[in-house]
Design a protein around this ligand. Sequence first.
Ligand SMILES: Cc1cc2nc3c(=O)[nH]c(=O)nc-3n(C[C@H](O)[C@H](O)[C@H](O)COP(=O)(O)OP(=O)(O)OC[C@H]3O[C@@H](n4cnc5c(N)ncnc54)[C@H](O)[C@@H]3O)c2cc1C
Length: 433
Amino acid sequence: MTIERVDTLVVGAGQAGIAMSEHLGRAGVSHLVLERSRIAEGWRTQRWDSLVANGPAWHDRFPGMEFKADPDAFVGKDGVAQYLCDYAEMLQAPIRTGVEVTSVERLEGRQGFRIETSQGPIEALNVVAATGPFQTPVIPPVVPADSGLTQIHSSQYRNPQDLPEGGVLVVGAGSSGVQIADELNRAGRKVFLSVGPHDRPPRAYRGRDFVWWLGVLGLWNMESPAPGTEHVTIAVSGARGGETIDFRSLAAQGITLLGRTESYADGALTFAGDLRRNIEGGDRNYLNLLRAADAYVAANGLDLPEEPEAHRLGALPACVTEPLLSLDLAEAGITTIIWATGFGADYSWIKADCFDEKGRPIHQRGVGREPGIFFLGLPWQSRRGSSFIWGVWHDAKHVADQITTQAKYMEYDAEARATATRPAMAPVAKATT
Ligand SMILES: Cc1cc2nc3c(=O)[nH]c(=O)nc-3n(C[C@H](O)[C@H](O)[C@H](O)COP(=O)(O)OP(=O)(O)OC[C@H]3O[C@@H](n4cnc5c(N)ncnc54)[C@H](O)[C@@H]3O)c2cc1C
């Protein structure tokens, strides 16, 4: 049997796989993208029905194509999926869908890898894992499965009607948790929201969206989270045209805010006494961004309308100043818990020496420790923007550069180089006496 061979195999056809294909194509590297489902599957089926992009269309896109939408609009999840499909078509990207990669193993005694797939083996000199920053839903083991409650991860939530009757506890107040809690509350559910440490930038300030402010202030390019903020999530929303996440208004609309969910016993949950600290930390982050924006406006003499009212935060609601530290779920009428607690990653299919003891990739800007293995789309791969649509494009360019650089090293031919550069031999002069 002849084995299919490619120079570089890319695994996954989300935004990362597509960006990788663009840059490999530009560099003239023969490649193939394998996708186990469909292009942009994450955007099609792992998001709730009403989700819109967190950033406006002019910003959350690849440089090579605009959305067919108002540039300031927040495009719906299906629009994002369609955009990625259109982009792949524009590139004529060599994507094969419905093919799962099940293992990647180094070839013995020669360069490259043997890749097992659901449609037979392939050999490649390089493998790029573009399988996403958010692969495996993480639900902390707090409430036992036999508690009688419906428990789902935020990636399984679709809409309020699909949930059983009754109140809902949403655990986690990043962009997903906050938007889901808000939607359920607007649908008439009794909602409790467990809030951990978070950043909550203003949606817009002085006439500019926060994505613009993070851009001009260089904050998308931060190479690692500021010390002490590694586990801080970001709460932003493009829903209803884009609004600042404000926990005071969520409480005023009827959502009960709680501290971090800690433990469960006899039908009751307990919460950490950190709610006020978390809310005040988010406020600080919000105000710091306003101040940094004001300083930037002044330093650059920009003519942007002042917005003093944005600096005024109202009083903290009672659920924050006198927080509940435990809650009997039946008494509170809670029938469902939605865990908006993030994702892990699973690279067990790559049999190579480039993972730490927790299975996390060991890499430099996507270049794996094991030669020939590359990663793309990791959170903070090179900077804060790495897992976002526009950020992954820049990382893909770097990874493609590294792949071509390595290929040039392998092409190095000492013999040919010596022949090409050796000066022509001068005829040997006869010795004269
Ligand atoms: C709720 C939510 C909202 C978000 N909103 C925004 C936003 O507004 N703007 C923004 O820029 N970013 C947003 N993001 C972040 C990011 O853009 C998305 O997570 C995006 O889907 C990541 O793209 P990716 O290509 O890296 O990974 P994915 O989209 O997850 O693509 C990975 C692909 O790999 C495939 N795959 C996995 N394993 C294999 C295998 N073994 N063999 C073959 N194929 C495989 C999967 O089927 C999948 O299609 C959001 C993320 C979430 C969770």
